[in-house]
Write a protein that binds this ligand. Structure first.
Ligand code: MN
Length: 490
């Protein structure tokens, strides 16, 4: 039997007993079953439970993680789980099992069908979350381990799971503020969804990191010294490299030029308290001139998912452009672990209602989670669901350039939106467009996975009529600004 190696020290004796019992039960139920990797099956639920415990979830969630596949894969009746572990654990397992049966468009490459399936899956996820947030936490941990062991599955299935993770689960982790999980999932999935691009970006980054290593060491030392001199105590300074999938997405906008991405390696400075963040920023700006449009105060104005930090991009040592992020340990913890961090910090008030996201005690920045709970009682749940879907996933589509670079755009975007997303100069010079090799009108609505090729003229000549059909604010603004500066718009 696979060894039970969960650290349960922070649980009460009763809770420890519940978890151990769940482990014995699951190990028995899965006895004789193997994962595709050849491991005994129990290794999977155990790994999921470890993650759930590491995210500081409660004993019921850890027990449910251990049991999450027994109903689906071993035919254990839900009633048995209920009599053995109580209604709370049984309900969690039931909800996770139902999510497991999410619709898969595996026998088709038809974009609309894939999108329908993914849209339906998002609905299911949101509904499940609205009942109990722990369901999605277990599901995310399940998906993470499946991604880690993806290499043992057949190629087609691998790619489908990888793509679904990029389109649904990673964005969900992001909206829950779980930055570390989002990055980990994206890089695991990236490798299987776009293997050639992955290899390319990996090589580029490895090269870049070797080249930059000495510089980062010098810069960290310089920052530590200057902050200390100014009376700000640096708790930790580290060079954080941008994760590969995020580099890949940015490379598209940077026209494949790594040098144009300023935060490939960012310096992350941890200081004790919020006022120290601003003081540290001042000290750094005394030494390094900032790029004016790249100072971001996410402490005063946090991102919608609650992310807080100061960002600045400066001409640092030798005039090298470098991004520096300044935050407190608590901001850091929240940025990496999001929702899970709140469970941790507020362990004392983790009442049942709180855990389910139904209490006002949930931090204001995760208010959308509270909105979820209204789904259960809303007069028009369909409307609320649509609203949430747009909030959370913004109904985006993924399209490609002919070179295979990936861009995400809002649903309803046109080739003109795409052109401006690639580069404003391309946008202004757009003359025509090909989608999947065929000429289309410029107001053509793009679909998921389209390959878009923009035909440009030599001189910029954006058309006022485009304003009637472009979808992104960015395209609209750039068209207007050009027309205005050329006296063609009041
Ligand atoms: Mn599983």
């Amino acid at each position: 039997m696979t060894e039970f190696k969960l650290n349960l020290n922070h649980f009460s004796a009763d809770d420890q007993q519940l978890i151990k019992k769940a482990y014995e039960f699951a190990a028995n139920a899965h006895r004789g079953q193997k994962r595709k990797s050849g491991d005994p099956y129990i290794a999977h639920p155990l790994a999921v439970a470890e993650t759930v415990a590491a995210w500081h979830q409660d004993a019921a969630a850890v027990a449910a993680a251990l049991l999450h596949d027994v109903v689906e894969d071993t035919g254990v009746a839900l009633e048995l789980l209920e009599s053995e572990f109580g209604a709370e654990v049984a309900e969690l397992v039931d909800a996770v099992t139902k999510l497991g049966k999410i619709k898969q468009a595996e026998h088709t490459d038809e974009p609309t069908q894939i999108q329908q399936a993914s849209s339906e899956n998002i609905r299911k996820l949101l509904l499940a979350m609205s009942k109990d947030l722990r369901v999605i936490v277990i599901k995310l941990a399940d998906r993470l381990h499946n991604l880690k062991t993806l290499t043992f599955l057949p190629a087609a299935k691998r790619r489908r799971i990888a793509q679904e993770s990029l389109e649904i689960f990673a964005p969900l982790a992001d909206r829950l503020g779980m930055g570390q999980l989002k990055a980990e999932m994206e890089d695991l999935a990236f490798r299987y969804a776009y293997p050639e691009k992955y290899a390319e970006v990996k090589k580029l980054m490895a090269h870049y990191i070797t080249e930059t290593n000495q510089y980062i060491i010098r810069l960290k030392r310089f920052i530590a010294e200057e902050l200390t001199k100014a009376g700000v105590k640096p708790l930790n300074i580290e060079g954080r490299q941008k994760h590969l999938y995020s580099v890949y997405k940015k490379l598209g906008k940077a026209e494949g030029n790594l040098e144009k991405i300023y935060d490939l390696i960012a310096i992350r400075v941890l200081v004790p308290k919020e006022p120290d963040c601003y003081q540290a920023l001042g000290v750094l700006h005394q030494h390094f001139k900032p790029l004016i449009y790249r100072i971001k105060d996410y402490i005063a104005v946090p991102k919608p998912n609650g992310y807080r930090s100061l960002h600045t991009t400066v001409f640092a040592l030798d005039g090298r452009i470098t991004e520096i992020q300044i935050r407190t340990p608590q901001m850091h913890e929240e940025a990496e672990r999001g929702l899970a961090a709140h469970f941790y910090y507020d362990a004392q008030k983790a009442s049942k209602a709180y855990r389910k996201g139904q209490a006002a005690t949930l931090p204001a920045k995760l208010q959308w989670v509270n909105k979820l709970s209204q789904l259960q009682t809303a007069a028009k749940p369909e409307e609320l669901l649509e609203e949430l879907k747009i909030d959370l996933f913004g109904d985006r589509i993924f399209v490609f350039s002919p070179k295979g670079d990936l861009f995400d755009l809002p649903v309803g975007s046109t080739p003109v939106d795409f052109a401006f997303e690639v580069h404003s100069d391309i946008g202004w010079r757009t003359q025509g467009a090909k989608v999947n090799g065929k000429i289309v009108p410029l107001d053509h609505k793009l679909e998921n996975r389209d390959v878009v090729d923009i035909l440009t003229r030599k001189e910029p000549r954006p058309n006022q009529d485009w304003l009637a059909f472009v979808k992104t604010a960015d395209a609209k603004n750039r068209i207007r600004s050009w027309l205005r500066s050329h006296g063609q718009l009041e």
